[in-house]
Design a protein around this ligand. Structure first.
Ligand code: PMM
Length: 264
């Protein structure tokens, strides 16, 4: 196992240096505030801090790679000596710049940068997404969502390993081109993803489907805000760890670390 290998039951802390991410957008656009928050995530027990400079929330407009690099680079460089840093990007230029600043994982929601990760000699997360963030929530349809997502991810992981990536993870991409029902089916089927043998990462933290569930259970049809979805996020994280998922991507690191400890 490499010295910096991520142990099972780890937390990937979310740090979005964006004006418009659905949960923490605008909070950490200032580099000083972003670094301070990143250090806090490390203190709370994050094994990885995931730095992103482009929002991938449904309907978000794309950002040019130059602006993305400007947002993330000082933050990656400032955290890299303290913790493993992943760069959350769909762009090869951003991945290259972040790795040269110390990132050691490319967290790739487009699942297209496997060869870039191989060339850079870093880890790679292949996430499943239907379409792109602008259009992905326009009535997504699947025959069998679990089989389609699993087969896609196994195909990408095999391809990346063949290309020379030594550390590959797969991620079902909760909320990326999926209805609440699709998200729940995928969560229920996490053990089937784990059974593929590829280590699994999942991101459920504060996502919309949790608000839909909470609203339904209290008889209202209004949506809760992302900040009101913490309890649901921890419940879903606990289920994920119990299903054999290795890493949960989360905003609330301390509570998620505790969930992982409970599951053991
Ligand atoms: N979700 C978001 C962004 N990046 N990366 C991975 N691997 N998995 C996810 O589920 C994921 C991701 C969107 O959430 P955010 O806006 O809070 O970062």
């Amino acid at each position: 196992m490499p010295a910096d290998a991520v142990a099972a039951g780890a937390v990937m802390g979310v740090l979005n240096v964006t004006p418009d991410s659905f949960s923490d957008g605008g909070r950490f656009l200032d580099h000083g505030a972003a670094l301070e928050h990143g250090r806090r995530l490390v203190e709370e027990g994050a094994a990885i801090v995931d730095v992103g400079g482009e929002s991938t929330r449904p309907g978000a407009d794309p950002v040019g790679p130059e602006e993305e690099v400007r947002r993330v680079l000082p933050v990656v460089a400032g955290l890299a000596g303290r913790v493993r840093v992943s760069i959350d990007t769909r762009h090869a230029e951003v991945a290259r710049a972040a790795v040269s600043a110390g990132a050691t994982i490319v967290n790739d929601v487009s699942a297209s940068l496997g060869e870039v990760a191989a060339e850079l000699g870093v880890g790679w997360v292949a996430m499943h997404m239907r379409g792109d963030p602008r259009t992905m929530q326009d009535e997504p349809v699947y025959g069998d969502v679990v089989a389609e997502v699993r087969d896609f991810l196994v195909g990408r992981a095999d391809w990346a390993a063949e290309a020379g990536v030594g550390e590959v993870w797969i991620d079902p991409g909760i909320g990326f081109g999926k209805t609440s029902r699709h998200n729940l089916e995928l969560l229920a089927a996490l053990p089937a993803l784990v059974e593929t043998g590829w280590p699994v990462i999942v991101g459920v933290s504060r996502k919309r489907f949790l608000g839909v569930l909470a609203a339904a259970s209290d008889g209202t049809d209004g949506q809760t805000s992302p900040d009101d979805r913490r309890e649901g996020s921890i419940a879903a994280a606990t289920w994920a760890y119990a299903s054999g998922v290795e890493v949960v991507r989360a905003h609330d690191v301390l509570a998620t670390v505790q969930a992982a400890q409970v599951v053991g």
